[in-house]
Structures are given as C-alpha cells and as structure tokens.
Design a protein around this ligand. Structure first.
Ligand SMILES: Cc1ncc(COP(=O)(O)O)c(C=O)c1O
Length: 396
C-alpha cells in the first residue's frame, strides 16, 4: 500500500460533482444498493400465507428454480437459503475434500473463503487483473508452474503436499472474469472449475450467462443484490446428476419416501423457503427491466467520469455484458489516503460509497494461507471505490 500523501485537492470534489451529475442532489441518503419491490411481491407473499406454504417446499420454490434455469440457460438451478450455502454445496459437488487447497482470489467477499473453510479445505490465494478485477489467468498459470505438479491423479502443491482440487473464480461487481482463459488453465492443471457468480445474475461472457462455465456455480439473492429473496441463493449446473445430488445434499440428504425419515449421508438444511422463493418469482418478473436501468446508470457514470482526471470508470470487459451490479471507479494512483478522501467526501454528502473488501490474505484467519504474488489485488485495494448503484437511480 502506498505512503500517505496529500490527495490531488480537486479529486474528491471532482468525483462528487460527477456523481451528482448522474444521480442528482438528494436530501435523503443514497444507499449503495437497495432492493426494489415494485411488482407482485405482496400478492405472492400473501398467497404463501393464505395457503400455509411458507417453508422449504412449495410451488414458488419449484417455479423460481425453473425460471432461474430458463433465464441463465443452465440445465438446473437448485435454490438455497443463501449464496454462502450454495457455494459450500458447490465445493462438495466439485469433490473438494478436507485437507485440499482451493485456488481462489484474495480479492473477493469473505463468503468465498469461508465456504472453502467449511469444506475443510485451505484457500490458496491468487492475484487479480485490473480489467475485470477477476483472477489473472496468465499469473495463475505462472504460479502453478512454480508451485504445483500435475499427473494422472491430479494437481498437488509441491511445497505443502496438499491436493489442489479446485479453482473458484468470482465475477466481481457483476463483471465477467476472463473465464475462457481461466477454464483452460483449470483443464490443464486438472482443477475443477467453480464459479462464484453471487454478484453476476444477468451478466454474460461472449453471449453465455455466467455460471455456465464451471462444473457448478453459486448465485446470491441477498438484499443487496440485483434481485433479492430477502436471503437466498442458488446452485447452477449443466450436469443432471450433480443437480440431483445438490437437491439431495441441501435437503438433509433425506431419501424420498411418503412417511419415513431416512437420511443416507450427512446433508444440510440449506433449502430456500417458499416465502423467500415467492419474493424471488416476483423479482425475476422485473429483472430485465432492472438490468436495463442499471446499464443506463452505468453508461451515465461512464460519461460523467470520462473527463475527470485521476480516475477511470470500470466498464464491462470486452466481449462481456455486465449486470453492473455495483459501479466502480479506480484511482490512477493507488493511495489509501486519496481513496479515503474521496470516500469521506461522498459519504459526508450522503452518497454511500465504499472501498473494496479487505483482501482475504490480510484477515487474521487466512494470514498463513498459501498464496501467489498479490500485487495487483493490493493496488486495487487502495484504488477501487464503489458508487451508488440501485436501478432506481437511473434517469428515465
Ligand atoms: C462474491 C460473493 N460470494 C458469495 C456471497 C454470499 O452470498 P450470501 O450473502 O447470499 O450468502 C456474496 C454476497 O453476499 C458475494 O458477493
């Protein structure tokens, strides 16, 4: 991280002006991302209460899963109580075993690393690139050449002796990562590819929805996401057998029977309640409209930030279509002092803005975890700022 230096005095003011030009003056605080319930949410929730179908089975769960699969183009979607539960299940489905190492970005939300830990594995952190903010495929390849061996039995860390079983990629702020290159690296090193697509519902890479590139993927419908079920998530897969196993594992591994309770392995109570799925069905009906408005908002930010010296707006990478879940600007000169001066100015003016998550390798529980050089992630940590991104902020 860079030394403490005075920010260029005009930067915070310039950024505030650009933000105001996009979303206008407001006396009320502007949230970073807020849910929008403008469709049939009340009707569907009332229906659950009227019929008594409020828990983890019900027609809205089935419908939500079917519509999610249709929207994303995945063969199956299995709804879960949150994205972290989806991710944990994805890692088990990917064959991650206790004692394994799992390659993943340090630049991500804590849930990615937590899910690896829940599976009994150790995160092995790799660096990001500054166009998508996702894992840098060529740096990953170089790192594997340095630390790993691969043979018919799979990939191993030469230094720790642990099996490297899986690669988890993340589509940061909804911008698809360089997934084709990452899938090639994963195939070469016999790593099962898992997508943390928690932030990228509605995002496409070369015309294909994110979540269709790995063996399994996780979505999140937390209250801060593009659409929400209150709390919720889903597993996406194009493998029918994995979808059946996902459903089994997330419903306590109960063997189907009219009355007896038999469970054939240790499963999880991870299913999404019908109440939450009802919200999801109403939200999905308005998803395309929300995505359109979010793109308009991002376009306006892009235009307003073009003339601002010292920052760039983070556009979707070439060949992708982002959902622009969270808009971001990146300071040309990484500096926590400059970044925090901008954050203070925006938040003082009641425009919610925030920095990146603290990188995973800095957190106390992961400081000993294996890692590659993480210099780009560290630069980004000192230079990325998220801006208010709710669809309702888009101009008509
Ligand atoms: C990258 C990433 N992974 C996983 C999650 C976990 O999702 P949830 O909060 O639904 O458990 C989130 C969001 O919260 C996320 O942003």
């Amino acid at each position: 991280m860079s030394r403490s230096v005075e920010p260029p005095c005009s930067l915070p003011g310039d950024v505030l002006r650009a933000v105001k030009n996009v979303i206008g003056d407001s006396v009320a605080p502007i949230a970073l991302h807020e849910p929008e319930f403008a469709g049939r949410e009340w009707d569907y929730l009332k229906d659950c209460l009227d019929t008594g179908w409020v828990s983890s089975v019900g027609s809205y769960v089935d419908r939500f899963e079917k519509e999610l699969a249709e929207f994303t183009g995945a063969r199956a979607a299995v709804a879960t109580m949150n994205g972290t539960a989806a991710l944990h299940t994805c890692l088990i489905l990917a064959g991650v075993m206790p004692g394994d190492e799992v390659l993943m970005p340090s630049l991500t939300f804590i849930a990615t690393a937590n899910a690896v830990s829940y599976a009994g594995a150790t995160p092995h952190f790799v660096d990001s690139e500054d166009q998508s903010l996702g894992i840098d495929a060529s740096k990953l390849e170089a790192h594997l050449r340095e630390v790993a061996t691969v043979d018919a039995t799979g990939c191993r860390n030469r230094h720790t002796g642990a099996r490297l079983s899986s690669l988890v990629v993340m589509h940061v702020f909804g911008h698809p990562c360089d997934i084709d290159s990452l899938a090639e690296v994963a195939a070469r090193w016999k790593l099962v590819l898992v997508e943390d697509a928690a932030e990228s519902l509605g995002s496409e890479y070369r015309g294909r929805h994110t979540g269709n590139f790995g063996r399994v993927a996780a979505l999140s419908f937390n209250g801060n996401k593009t659409i929400t079920t209150g709390g919720g998530g889903a597993i996406l897969t194009n493998d029918g057998a994995l979808a059946r196993r996902a459903r089994h594992l997330t419903t306590t591994a109960r063997v189907a029977h009219r009355w007896s309770f038999v469970h054939d392995e240790i499963g999880f109570n991870y299913r999404l309640p019908n109440l939450n799925a009802a919200l999801g069905c109403a939200q999905l009906e308005r998803l395309r409209d929300m995505l359109e408005r979010k793109r308009r908002l991002a376009r306006d930010y892009g235009e307003q930030f073009r003339p601002v010296a010292g920052v760039r707006f983070l556009f979707e990478p070439a060949g992708t279509r982002s959902n622009y879940w969270l808009n971001a600007i990146i300071l040309d000169r990484p500096s926590v002092t400059d970044r925090d001066a901008v954050l203070a100015t925006l938040n003082d003016a009641r425009y919610s803005a925030r920095p990146l998550w603290t990188l995973m390798h800095r957190l106390p529980m992961f400081q000993q975890a294996p890692r590659s050089d993480l210099s780009v992630a560290e630069r980004l940590e000192a230079s990325v700022i998220n801006l208010p991104s709710s669809a309702r902020l888009a101009r008509q």
